[in-house]
Structures are given as C-alpha cells and as structure tokens.
Design a protein around this ligand. Structure first.
Ligand SMILES: [Zn+2]
Ligand SMILES: [Zn+2]
Length: 387
C-alpha cells in the first residue's frame, strides 16, 4: 500500500529518541501477519544495540533479540506486538497513520517502543547470568500470533523460564499497574453456524426446507444455556450477527447464518461451551432436516498469570513508584499472550492509559507517550530482580 503522507527522517534508537520511534511506528502501521516493514525497522534498531542474537521470521514476521550472559541462570522473555488494526484513526497529529483505514488503535506502537527502550537499558546493563529474550510478536489482534510463535521451530531457541507482557488500558489512572494471579484475560472464540435447507416459492413454503425455526430456536437456546457473568467461572455467549434468506418476498429461504462469541474464564469451561453448542446445532439440524457447518475463528486461550511472576511485577512497580491495584475478576477481553504463558510461567499486567483516554480500538484513541519510559522501567526492574 502506498503511503499518503510521510514523516521525514527515520529515528534511530541511540538518539534518545524513543518517543519519535513510537511516532514513527504509529505513522507506518501494518495489519496482522503483514508486519514486514515494522519488523524490518525493529531489526535495524535492535542491531544497533548489539544483542547476542536476533531471530527473524518467527511465525512470519516475528522478531526476537537475545541478550545472553553465557552463564547459567534464569531466562526471561518480554513480549510486545507488531500489528495494527483496520481502523481509520481520527488523530490529527503530524505522525498520524499514513495509510487510509489502518492504524495503531490498540497501542501496540507504544508496546514496541517500551520493549525497544527496555532493549536499550539491557544493552547498557547486560545480564551477568541467564539470558533475556525480547519478542516482537506478529498478529495479536487475530489471536493467531502467539500460538504461531509457540508452534514455530525457532521457538525452542527463544523459550524461557518466564515471560512477561503488558497491555495499556484506558479508563485507569496513567501508569497504574492492574494485575491478578490466575486468569487475567478470558478465553474467547468466534463461532459461525451455517444452516442449509432448500428454497421454495414463498406461496408454497411447505415444498422447501426453511432454516427459520432452527435459527429462532438457536437464538433462544443461546440465551437459555446458563451464563455466569459475575462468578469465578465466567461463561458467556454473545450473539453478534445473524441473517437468513434473501431480501425478496417471493422466496422461502434455504440458508441462514448465526455468529456468536463464546467467552469463559477457563479453557476447560470453553471446551464445555463449545461441546454444548455443537450438540445443540446437531440436534436442531436433525430435527429440521437441515445440513449445517460450524466454523471457528479468533480463538484465544485464557491468559493465566503465575503467582510468582505477578509478585515480581508488584515488587518492580513498588521500586518504580507505580501504584498497583489487584483485580478481583479477570478481564473479559482476550489476549493471545495466553499461548505464551501456557508454554512457560508468565504474567501480564494492564497499564493505566489515563482516565480520560478513549477506549482502545476507538478511532480517537492514541497511546500516551508518558507510558513508554514507565513501562520499560517496570520491566527493567523485573529483569534486575531476576538476573
Ligand atoms: Zn487490540
Ligand atoms: Zn492490543
């Protein structure tokens, strides 16, 4: 895609220019799985810091820098995300996205700046034992990136004892650390159910097979499956879309589609929800003589925080002077970090992005630059405690 405007100059990490680097990344956003320019720029900056090794092409566009002491000791991974969103941003700043309809409205530009700033701090204070991995992961927004990183053959070289991540979060005071042990983000997955019968003339619907009753029953049944929203075992089904037939008065329909998002606190509850939904569709398809298919998308595992890793984040925040709030319930939104913290011990925290800040994924959201040095300082303290 051709940029519609250009920032002049390319900031270099050794310039003490981390805010300009965030703006540069913001100006050139790329969608999930297509983060080639972004990854290339990250590699250029990392190379200036002379890490022990840089891995590229992890799960497509992923990049990892390794700082290895060469001595025995713990290994730590810090992760950020490379991808932007298909959203037209409303910000008028000079560094606004140069591509129509693509922008960093989740703040991953800020997360990358935090990890680059951390890389700089670590390069200046290299580990004396153990090693550190800084992972720039592709395709978080689709829920595919972290899982693909874990499945990549290069993962064995970057796997660590523990992994850490943060996500900025509007509505909370700037720089506040929000964390909990156990499930931090819920599991979720998109379910699309396609029902197929046979069209008929609208005057003789009895000669066709309409999916209307199966569709109506499904909508009702999703409501009837027990949903627990405020418990320690959250489960929810949110119907997000449905349609049936064509917009014509002469035809009794053959096809219907219903889409819903399943959400749960644990992966095992998700499996129960999935089984229950499939059972229901099978039964209704049989009852109404329909064929059907179920497709799944945007599959996120629950992101589960390890207690000792949470403790490290709390201790680090105390040292940096960032206030900490322990959350009683998991966040309902999903994060694919769960795939990494499922492969090693780990924890992520939410990082207050300001109470008057628009929500992430909103067209007027913008990552607050003040968080860059605060975020890298917290991660640096985690690093200092453990290595
Ligand atoms: Zn997002
Ligand atoms: Zn995000």
């Amino acid at each position: 895609m051709k940029p519609i405007s250009k920032l002049t100059g390319k900031p270099i990490i050794t310039d003490n220019s981390i805010i300009e680097i965030r703006h540069y990344l913001h100006h050139y956003p790329e969608l999930s799985g297509q983060e080639y320019q972004t990854a290339g720029y990250i590699v250029e900056q990392l190379q200036k810091l002379s890490p022990t090794a840089i891995y590229q092409g992890i799960a497509g566009t992923g990049v990892a820098a390794i700082f290895d002491s060469g001595n025995a000791g713990k290994s730590l991974l810090f992760r950020c995300e490379l991808d932007a969103l298909p959203i037209q941003e409303m910000n008028a700043d000079g560094y606004r996205s140069c591509y129509d309809g693509i922008s960093h409205q989740c703040g991953h530009d800020g997360h990358m700046a935090i990890i680059l700033d951390l890389a700089k701090r670590i390069a200046e204070n290299p580990p004396k034992r153990g090693r550190v991995v800084l992972l720039f992961q592709p395709a978080e927004e689709t829920g595919e990136g972290a899982r693909a990183v874990v499945a990549d053959p290069q993962f064995s070289s970057i796997r660590c004892d523990e992994c850490f991540a943060l996500h900025n979060l509007p509505d909370y005071p700037l720089g506040k650390v929000i964390v909990r042990s156990g499930t931090f983000n819920c599991a979720s997955r998109g379910m699309a159910i396609y029902l197929s019968g046979r069209t008929a003339h609208a005057a003789h619907p009895e000669t066709g097979i309409s999916p209307r009753l199966a569709l109506a029953t499904l909508l009702q049944s999703f409501n009837d499956i027990p949903q627990q929203i405020h418990t320690d075992d959250l489960k929810m089904i949110t119907v997000v879309h449905c349609d049936m037939g064509e917009k014509t008065f002469g035809t009794s329909p053959a096809d219907a589609c219903i889409m819903a998002t399943l959400r749960s606190e644990t992966d095992s509850t998700m499996q129960q929800l999935v089984n229950r939904c499939i059972e229901l569709v099978e039964q209704l398809a049989k009852q109404y003589r329909l064929s059907y298919r179920v497709e799944w998308a945007d599959i996120f595992d629950a992101s589960v925080n390890d207690e000792s890793c949470v403790e490290q984040i709390i201790q680090a925040s105390k040292i940096t002077g960032n206030k900490v709030a322990l959350r009683e319930e998991p966040f309902r939104w999903s994060e694919d970090f769960g795939a990494l913290s499922g492969a090693m011990r780990g924890a992520m925290f939410a990082f207050g992005a300001g109470e008057n800040q628009p929500q992430i994924h909103n067209p007027d959201y913008c990552f607050p630059d003040e968080l860059i040095s605060q975020g890298s300082a917290i991660f640096f303290e985690v690093y200092r405690q453990l290595l």
